[in-house]
Ligand binder design. Structure first.
Ligand SMILES: Nc1nc2c(ncn2[C@@H]2O[C@H](COP(=O)(O)OP(=O)(O)O)[C@@H](O)[C@H]2O)c(=O)[nH]1
Ligand SMILES: [Mg+2]
Length: 198
């Protein structure tokens, strides 16, 4: 079990010139706006609002870096697919996130967060393909599990893993509300942090 001694915001960035120095292992978090990305990060680090949640989805169009236990970094990537974001902002999302993912040498893995109630869209499928193409380890999460009964959770678990051609065991059910799956997410995150990337 991961014990959190410290969790602090470091900085926001758009371009590599603004990233903090690439020294510590890093885990990035990605997902559609409003999927529950900030809530998941806050739950993992036992903080109510290290990362802002709710209110202004799509407004956090920057790459935010956090330092955990002075040992590794968490990176909150801007959410995609939020309808109200202007086209000019949407156009910047791809290059900004792709540049980060393809150039960050300390990146150990990407946590992709999806809503358990929803069949993943082409954004998620493309993103997973893209991670595979660049050999970036991925951790797949189905969040908001508390919104479904256990029976429906199990159904969605099977159907979404089939849809993504992913092993069922590689798709973690999670809830920021009930904290279901928190230990499983940490295990996967720690494994990624400690793994060598070829
Ligand atoms: N019931 C439930 N609501 C959640 C969960 N995670 C996030 N939410 C809610 O979903 C909304 C968006 O969450 P947020 O973490 O800000 O999403 P983000 O835009 O992906 O960072 C907020 O109203 C959260 O309270 C969850 O696991 N269960
Ligand atoms: Mg957020």
């Amino acid at each position: 079990m991961m014990i959190i001694k410290s969790a602090e915001f470091v900085k926001s960035a758009v371009n590599p010139s603004h990233y903090p120095p690439a020294i510590l292992p890093e885990i990035a978090f990605a997902g559609r706006s409003n999927v529950g990305k900030s809530s998941l990060i806050n739950t993992l680090v036992n903080r109510k609002r290290l990362v802002k949640t709710g209110s202004t989805p799509g407004r956090t169009q920057l790459i935010n870096f956090f330092l955990i236990n002075d040992e590794f970094s968490f990176v909150d990537l801007p959410g995609y697919g939020y309808a109200k974001v202007p086209v000019s902002v949407k156009k910047k999302w791809g290059p900004m996130v792709e540049t980060y993912l393809s150039t960050r040498i300390t990146l150990k893995g990407v946590v992709l967060i999806m809503d358990i109630r929803r069949t993943p869209g082409h954004e998620e499928l493309n993103f997973i393909d893209w991670l595979r193409h660049f050999s970036i380890p991925s951790i797949l999460i189905l969040t908001k599990a508390d919104k479904l009964s256990k029976t429906k959770q199990a159904k969605q678990h099977i159907s979404i893993s089939n849809y993504l051609s992913a092993d069922k065991d590689d798709l973690i059910l999670f809830s920021a509300k009930s904290r279901q799956g928190k230990d499983a997410v940490w295990n996967a995150v720690e494994e990624a942090i400690n793994a060598e990337r070829g």
